[in-house]
Design a protein around this ligand. Structure first.
Ligand SMILES: Nc1ncnc2c1ncn2[C@@H]1O[C@H](COP(=O)(O)OP(=O)(O)OP(=O)(O)O)[C@@H](O)[C@H]1O
Length: 344
């Protein structure tokens, strides 16, 4: 049984259907990142789990207990679910320790739980400080410590790193992930950031139009997206037509773990990093430009048949002068669907 089970959640605001039958299961002690375009229902999903919104249909169970469903709506304070908002929302007049200990029983306070969770988020020794003496990143750490302190059944993180700059964000998400893991907490993280979702979560759920299209471990989602839309949403994707059992594409024959049955055109999805510039045998291509990103670079290629594709190569492999003739081939297994790629 999962720690959090969402079944067929429907939530409407007048004529707008914010959730149109969303399903998701979050196993205990794991973090699920919910990813999706603006307006797909991520915040509504969190608000329904927290109990701030009433469902129109569906059922939510926390720890095996139905907290929302037909005839049931457990109020937020009785769900054992806490939310960490985008910006910490700490009490400004309370010290860091008192902020963290706010919801704890006298016994829990005496047991040193506040110090324990401050230590987990990397703020040991900060208990006596006031919130306005902390940086934005430190305030978010306090907010996470405060959420962990009462050992809730589920922690909801609503874009908790979005107000921070990139470097700080990477450090904080790694530390928050470690803190949740050390405390065996169960969480949902809403994010717009594909890299964040793939790097931090045990499971990624991709939402679109109020439904969860696919959920699974990050590697599975990236390598085996359910459909071309998910493929393009969780990373960059090159779609190519393919023919025959050897999956002949404009980039040459490619490998696949599975070719769907049936008839009709085949579409292959290749990740740009699978397209390798080689001195060995391959398909002839002309470099038309590149974008250098430091650790890697994207190289725009024009193939002999007029197809344009983008390869991702290590940063040390560029510059490759525009106009250069190169050979390319595809490495690793590709994803294949039935249907023409141009109608995607
Ligand atoms: N209180 C409300 N009243 C009316 N419509 C709402 C309300 N809250 C959300 N919506 C609508 O429901 C849909 C889903 O909104 P939601 O905020 O859950 O999306 P989101 O995925 O969190 O978006 P974002 O990534 O932009 O925060 C949107 O069309 C939104 O306009």
């Amino acid at each position: 049984m999962s720690q959090l089970d969402l079944r067929g959640l429907v939530k409407r605001y007048g004529a707008v259907t914010a959730l149109g039958g969303a399903d998701l299961a979050v196993p205990g002690g794991t973090l699920t990142a919910v990813l999706g375009p603006s307006g797909c229902g991520k915040t509504t999903l969190l608000r329904c789990v927290a109990g701030f919104e009433r469902l129109d249909a569906g059922e939510i169970s926390v720890d095996g207990r139905v907290v929302a469903g037909p005839g049931t709506h457990t109020p937020p304070e009785r769900r054992h679910v806490v939310t960490v908002p985008q910006e910490g929302a700490l009490f400004p007049h309370l010290s860091v320790r008192d902020n963290v200990a706010y919801g704890l029983t006298r016994e829990e306070r005496r047991s040193g739980r506040a110090e324990e969770v401050l230590d987990l988020v990397g703020l040991a020794g900060y208990g006596d400080r006031m919130p306005h003496h902390l940086s934005g990143g430190q305030q978010q750490r306090v907010a996470v410590a405060r959420a962990l302190a009462p050992r809730p059944s589920v922690i909801l993180l609503d874009e908790p790193f979005s107000a921070l700059d990139a470097g700080l964000r990477a450090d904080l998400r790694r530390d928050v992930r470690a803190a949740l893991r050390a405390d065996k907490a169960t969480g949902i993280l809403v994010t717009h950031d594909q890299n964040e979702a793939l790097s931090v979560a045990d499971q990624v759920a991709v939402m679109r139009d109020g439904r969860v299209l696919q959920s699974g471990p990050p590697v599975e989602l990236y390598r085996e997206p359910a459909d071309p839309w998910v493929a393009a949403f969780v990373g960059e994707a090159v779609f190519l037509p393919a023919t025959g059992l050897d999956l002949l594409t404009p980039l040459g024959p490619v490998a696949a773990d599975r070719i769907p049955g049936g008839t009709g055109e085949l579409t292959v999805m290749v990740r740009p990093e699978q397209i390798v510039l080689t001195e060995g045998p391959g398909v002839s291509a002309t470099v038309t430009g590149h974008d250098f990103h430091g650790h890697d670079a994207t190289v725009a290629l024009l193939l002999a048949d007029g197809t344009r594709v983008t390869a991702r190569v290590p940063g040390h492999a560029v510059p490759v002068a525009a106009g250069s003739a190169v050979s390319v081939r595809v490495e690793g297994a590709c994803r294949v669907w039935r249907g023409g790629h141009l109608d995607r």
